[in-house]
Write a protein that binds this ligand. Structure first.
Ligand code: KG4
Ligand code: ZN
Length: 367
């Protein structure tokens, strides 16, 4: 079955042609236009600009991806949740093509796409299939959710953030440090050489007996810490000597005082707080529901330390780790994951007549 996937729920316009068969999934063509360079100037995604950019890019991208390929058997499009301005563009494109090509269309939940992103293996057939029951932690700029999947397609949201998403918290704190949007990858890069125990940030909701998250308080703690301290660029031995000598001579201090920390220490401590909460809550869910597959998806799943910490925490409990995360490119929003999730609806004839397909920015995967 040849599937045209379309994703436009945030700041990536993405189109993919995926071959789905008993051998697994194989991407035949993929085209993505990122809007990051434009939104960077504003420090975050501006919905109106995003909508206009999607509208500009979507048809040329479909044309490029579909060139020299047979007509798809189905179209799978993200119809929620996400920014209405972007979703509408993808959904209207899918409806138009469904009508023109006389091909059925399926509306896919964006979170369901992230869940199935672990079944993608680039341009080769992927043989990995999720085993159920599964637990999925989906952490991105817009979402932080723990989902129990009893059987394929049977979702129960067991926990979610009550305020900011994990990626949003990374991005907002990165902005305080003067990093460009999206700041998550920059924080994790600086964190690599920092001390995660340097600053004791709170681990919100970790001791609560539920699967919910809250990151707004952590963001505020980071804000207050930055207000009250100076972070300095990574300190080397020569910096230390310079501080010493400038103090000794009584000349004006060119460097932060000794008790201030490097930006690397700040990033490592902040990142560790987010990781501890994400890992702690996921482990609680694993202990309760004993899943056969544990899925880590969404943009924040690209964080290497999060992957390693979660994987080794699972191994400590059960000797082997049944954690599965997407190959790096597919952590971020992409159309291939939408095509894969759409395939599972298509084999159950879960189509929507194009006249009835609607973008739903608030679409919950399950309650
Ligand atoms: O899934 P995604 O592409 O878009 C949304 O649906 O939001 O996720 C983007 C988010 C951003 O907040 C970005 O900062 C975060 O994922 N992110 C990371 C890393 N790479 C991307 N956060 C922490 N560490 C990373 N390495
Ligand atoms: Zn996403």
């Amino acid at each position: 079955m040849l599937i045209l996937g379309i994703e436009s729920s945030c700041d990536d316009t993405s189109v993919a042609l995926v071959d789905a068969s008993t051998r697994g999934f194989k991407i035949l063509a993929e085209k993505t236009a990122s809007q990051i360079e434009i939104h960077k100037k504003y420090g975050g995604v501006v919905p109106e600009i995003a909508g206009r950019m999607h509208a500009e890019k979507i048809l040329p991208l479909i044309e490029e991806a579909a060139a020299k390929q047979p007509k798809p058997d189905i179209i799978a499009v993200t119809s929620g949740p996400g920014l209405i301005t972007g979703l509408m563009v993808g959904v209207e494109a899918a409806k138009t093509l469904s009508y023109l090509w006389n091909v059925p269309v399926v509306g896919v939940n964006h979170i369901e796409g992230h869940i199935h992103s672990v079944e993608i293996f680039n341009f080769q057939f992927s043989i990995f299939k999720i085993k159920y029951p599964a637990i999925a932690l989906i952490a991105s700029g817009g979402h932080t959710e723990l989902i129990l999947i009893k059987k394929r397609g049977q979702y129960k949201k067991i926990g979610a953030t009550l305020d900011d998403a994990a990626g949003e918290c990374f991005d907002k704190v990165a902005k305080l440090l003067g990093f460009d949007y999206p700041g998550g990858p920059k924080i994790s890069k600086f964190a690599e050489t920092g001390n995660p125990d340097a600053i004791k940030f709170p681990r919100p909701m970790l001791d609560k007996n539920n699967f919910d998250f809250s990151f707004a308080g952590l963001k505020t703690s980071a804000l207050y810490w930055l207000r009250d301290h100076t972070v300095i660029a990574r300190r080397s031995r020569s910096d230390d000597e310079a501080i010493q000598s400038s103090n000794d001579t009584g000349s004006p201090r060119r460097y932060a005082p000794r008790d201030d920390l490097s930006v690397n220490d700040f990033c490592a401590s902040f990142e560790q707080a987010i990781i501890d909460v994400l890992v702690g809550k996921t482990l609680k869910a694993v202990e309760k529901y004993k899943p056969k597959t544990i899925i880590l998806g969404g943009g924040v799943a690209a964080n290497k330390k999060l992957r390693e910490t979660l994987s080794s925490a699972i191994k400590q409990r059960s000797q082997i780790s049944n954690l599965k995360y997407p190959i790096s490119n597919y952590c971020m929003d992409n159309a291939a994951m939408i095509a894969v999730a759409g395939y599972y609806h298509a084999i159950k004839k879960g189509f929507t007549p194009w006249q009835k397909l609607k973008a739903d920015p608030e679409w919950e995967i399950a309650h």
